[in-house]
Write a protein that binds this ligand. Structure first.
Ligand code: PMP
Length: 406
């Protein structure tokens, strides 16, 4: 009773035919990076075969072609995220760079004693740049706590908000737990006291189509490689009024209006934040990845993935001694778990021998692991190209690992 033709979809992903250690690959590490469909691979090959050139400054045909395709991709991304203006879409190397950009440029608005709020379930990339910012500016980082289910304590969050709060940052979906956070409420509450909000959309974007204007969010970051695109490219959405007020993050070519040794003036948005030759092919391929996912449809993707999540949760919880971390009602298709008395790494190693790719460890979210007093978890994360049969293989593998290790 799947909502779309899963077998046809799987034929789009050549890598899914691979064998690993003699077994058919069961790829369940989608939260780390997703696989790439042939349609996107073709776009990458086409770029290097036919129109590889530097953009924005060449008069020659190839450069024009590459520029047009790159800017077309920006428009696709704008449309996908429903940003009001295309120059609110800044190409980056990924979520991490998007956050670092804001953490650097936002310092101009901060003074000692200002407060920044971070959620308890952030990826290190949404913690460390802000700690570095606090060191530079004397601002103070405060934490929005969560409960055992992996749900943020919204009452405490509201208590933490004050006229000292300048910026709030939180992921839309937690990579370690799968929790979907109530970002609309976080944004609205933060705005009542005039604080800006940055949402790390890295884990949400592959599953949920976020609407920048409806959310009224100030900054939103994503990585293409988690949504069927290549690595090394992503975007930062920023509201025009913030981007205009913020100084550039990096200096270099492409981001200037005029340079003399006395004074340099900066280019308009989005170029002010895009110093140097970007990942041109990556940006174009990101556009193609969005085309691919939108052709399937995010509603279909989400409902099928929820089916997989329910099915896998039900099957895994039948294994005695297995605990799932992250039991929020609103979740994406991520299951983080441990089996009592077994180190997650050992389970992951045995699963790998069976061709099953999961992630083990702290998932770059050590504070979450500290909260549960564990060294890490085994994390299985499902995408729309996974099947119930693959869930069965995972469950059987986990049972086998348990038998071998206990
Ligand atoms: N935030 C979250 C929630 C993530 O899951 C990740 C990737 N694991 C990142 C940020 C960082 O993304 P990237 O490494 O693509 O910059």
């Amino acid at each position: 009773n799947t909502v779309f033709d899963i077998l046809t979809i799987r034929t789009d992903f050549p890598i899914l035919n691979r064998k690993v250690n003699g077994y058919p690959l069961v790829y369940l590490d989608n939260a780390a990076t997703s696989q790439t469909p042939q349609q996107v691979i073709d776009v990458i090959v086409d770029y290097y075969r036919n129109y590889n050139a530097n953009i924005h400054r060449g008069v020659h045909a190839l450069s024009q072609e590459a520029t047009d395709k790159y800017e077309e991709a920006r428009l696709k991304i704008q449309k996908h995220f429903n940003a009001a203006k295309s120059h609110e879409i800044i190409f980056t190397s990924g979520t991490t760079q998007g956050i670092n950009l804001v953490a650097n440029s936002f310092s101009t608005f901060l003074k000692p004693g200002d407060e920044l709020l971070v959620s308890a379930m952030e990826h290190h990339s949404n913690i460390v740049p802000w700690q570095m910012l606090c060191e530079r500016t004397g601002a103070i980082l405060k934490v929005i706590p969560m409960n055992e289910d992996g749900v943020l304590l919204m009452d405490t969050f509201k208590d933490l908000l004050s006229n000292r709060t300048k910026l709030v940052f939180c992921n839309h979906v937690s990579n370690a737990l799968g929790t979907i956070n109530p970002i609309q409420e976080i944004i609205e509450e933060s705005h009542t006291i005039g604080a800006a909000v940055l949402i790390d959309g890295a884990q949400a974007a592959p599953h949920i189509k976020a609407d920048m204007q409806k959310l009224d969010v100030d900054f939103y970051t994503v990585s293409a490689h988690k949504m069927c695109g290549p690595t090394g490219v992503g975007i930062l959405y920023g509201k025009e009024e913030w981007l205009n007020k913020m100084p550039p993050y990096q200096g270099g070519g492409e981001m200037i209006a005029e340079v003399t040794f006395e004074k340099t003036t900066y280019a308009d948005l989005p170029h002010k934040f895009e110093a140097g030759t970007p990942n041109i092919c990556g940006g174009i391929a990101f556009g193609a990845a969005l085309d691919y996912m939108n052709a399937i449809g995010f509603d279909s993707i989400a409902s099928y993935e929820q089916e997989l999540l329910q099915y896998a949760t039900q099957k895994l919880t039948m294994i005695e001694g297995l605990r799932i971390y992250g039991t929020a009602k609103e979740k994406t298709s991520v299951i983080s778990f441990n089996i009592q008395g077994i180190h997650p790494y050992d389970i992951g190693t045995i699963l790998d021998k069976l061709g099953i790719a999961v992630r083990t460890g702290h998932h770059c979210a050590q504070p979450v692991m500290d909260f549960y007093h564990i060294p890490g978890t085994v994390r299985a994360s499902f995408n729309f190209y996974n099947t119930k049969e693959e869930v069965d293989v995972l469950v059987e593998g986990v049972r086998r690992a348990k038998k071998m290790l206990l």
